[in-house]
Design a protein around this ligand. Structure first.
Ligand SMILES: Nc1ncnc2c1ncn2[C@@H]1O[C@H](COP(=O)(O)OP(=O)(O)OP(=O)(O)O)[C@@H](O)[C@H]1O
Length: 325
């Protein structure tokens, strides 16, 4: 997507630390991350499975599973820290100001209620509309996401729809309350390739038509190139590189980012050999003391293993956590 001038930050994540605790152990899943999302900006959060992307988004939404807790840092939405907010207060923010769509829409759809009931409930609760108005808004949004007969879709139960239809319903439901920020966590990963492309096109159109900001979580760099203004690369619970999308693709600095790019097929150009990154992401609770990528990095030296590298500013918002650059 075209890079826009970055405007006022609507979300500021400051030194966020998320921990899973049980009686026997304590694991730090998100380890002191800082980032901002500007008005109308699309920020992609990328990294391999298990890097902590989903836990970052669930920490923002205050929707961490049972043993998870934000132990340090702040999540400021329009200047207000959401960490520790009472559930009643937080539920006014969720859906209305920050909406989230997941890889599997059934996570957020109630299987025993019709699409119409779920959509209109949210519209009535968050925007204070009457039932008739809410039905009309729901129909308009369902039409917008590609259902020519919205009234029929409203009467359906979620399980009667295909995965792609459910994801479009979720988008309509999220958009109907006009959120300021949409968090999309791998929204197309579970869909067939052709349906993936349709849903991505739709999300891109909706972003361009509205003034909302988006945190787009994906492991697919092809999707990042199409959707995002700025990219945050996460590895083992930390940010290892961040830059605007063009800089990240043309001048990546961190060996992990380079590895991700080398293992991603390009859509244009000569057929090239793809080289997957050797090894696997270290498990939370078992991170090495120095650079967490060192064991998979061909450039690593003793110095890399001795001390955790800082995230350093390299100019124009390009930051990298590596002592070798
Ligand atoms: N309920 C849980 N209890 C303890 N640890 C968990 C729990 N859920 C996730 N984790 C751990 O948190 C770490 C980060 O997981 P997370 O789901 O955020 O990764 P991710 O980057 O989003 O990966 P994916 O793309 O597979 O969703 C992983 O090491 C995972 O094992």
């Amino acid at each position: 997507m075209k890079v826009s001038n970055i405007r006022e930050a609507i979300l500021e994540v400051k030194a966020l630390k998320t921990v899973f605790k049980d009686r026997k152990s304590e694991k730090t899943i998100v380890d002191g991350i800082d980032f901002e999302i500007g008005q109308n900006e699309v920020v992609a959060l990328v990294g391999e499975s298990g890097c902590g992307k989903s836990m970052t988004s669930l920490s923002i939404m205050q929707l961490l599973p049972g043993d998870g807790e934000v132990t340090e840092g702040e999540v400021c939405f329009r200047g207000r820290n959401l960490v520790g907010l009472k559930n009643k207060e937080m539920s006014k923010v969720r859906g209305r100001h920050i909406a989230m769509i997941f890889q599997e829409p059934m996570t957020s759809l109630n299987p025993v209620l019709t699409i119409g009931v779920q959509m209109t409930e949210a519209i009535k609760r968050h925007l204070g509309h009457t039932k008739t108005e809410a039905n009309e808004i729901a129909d308009n949004w369902l039409r917008r996401v590609g259902f020519p007969e919205p009234t029929r879709i409203r009467k359906e139960y979620p399980h009667r729809l295909s995965g792609g239809m459910r994801q479009r319903v979720m988008l309509a439901m999220s958009m109907a309350c006009k959120p300021d920020l949409l968090i999309a966590d791998e929204p197309t990963t579970a869909l067939d390739v052709t349906i993936q492309a349709q849903v991505l096109d739709l999300i891109r159109d909706l972003i361009q038509e509205s003034s909302m900001s988006v945190l787009f979580i994906t492991h697919d760099l092809g999707v990042v190139a199409e959707m995002a203004h700025r990219v945050i690369v996460m590895y083992a619970g930390q940010i290892v590189e961040t830059a605007d999308v063009r800089t990240l693709f043309t001048s990546p600095l961190h060996p992990y980012t380079k590895g991700l790019l080398n293992s991603t097929p390009r859509m244009q150009g000569a057929i090239e050999k793809l080289s997957p990154i050797p090894g696997t992401v270290p498990q939370a609770g078992n991170f090495p003391a120095g650079c967490r990528f060192a064991d998979r990095c061909s450039m690593a030296t003793e110095a890399c293993r001795a001390q955790m590298p800082e995230l350093r500013e390299m100019g124009s918002g390009h930051k990298v956590r590596c002592i070798m650059v």
